[in-house]
Design a protein. Sequence first.
Length: 259
Amino acid sequence: MPNNTRTRLIAGNWKMNKNYTEGVQLAQDLANELGHDTHGVEVVVCPPATDLKGVSGVIEFDRAPFGLGAQNVYWEASGAFTGELSCDMLKSVGCTHCIVGHSERRDYFGETDGDINLKVKALLAAGIVPISCCGESLEVREAGNQVDFVVGQIRADFDGVELESGDQLVVAYEPIWAIGTGKTATPEDAQEVCGAIRAALVDIFGADIASQIRVLYGGSAKPGNVAGFLAEEDVDGALVGGASLVAADFAAMVERAAE
Ligand SMILES: O=C[C@H](O)COP(=O)(O)O
């Protein structure tokens, strides 16, 4: 278990996988694998928008021990924004968390730090916990600029953001070169950047709040390597892509986090 007071968090990002029927099935399989006790580890799954209501039903009726997160949100409350979802819509289907700033949204859909800043503020105002992603490209890492780059993202994404407590926000460090590639950062690589993220959070929010914000590692995390990341002082969990699509693997990661 961690030597700090932060509750470990294992979050699954299903990305654009699993239709409604498959998503409900995966949630039920995960509920069966986990049983009713996650031994002090918080678990969240983030299915595609079309699956949210169905997975919410599994959480409610099967008493599944995980929370529900969306993968995206728009900051306006309502109106003519075709294709977008508001915070209120996410809340109405039971979302407690929402991923923002994933590198896939930044790279493929042109999301900027300014967009992410507005999304973080809208989610906080709605009482939804943002899982705010950051991470450097291979080019940035090879130039040795990963810490400066990620701290710059954090400062821009949280500019003007105010928190009352550290459990309102989660940060996920995901080096882009490690996402879905099978190449993982080493635990030491993760700690270098997650430690710098924590220091930046202290600067932005103050030491008390920053000490309670969970910082996750993401990028080819799986049952066989997650314990190494969790052993690092500033890594409080994982944001899991591919391995979250296999109930037994994701449950095994939760088990590792409980050890
Ligand atoms: O949000 C999750 C990350 O992009 C990691 O994905 P991955 O575990 O498939 O590498």
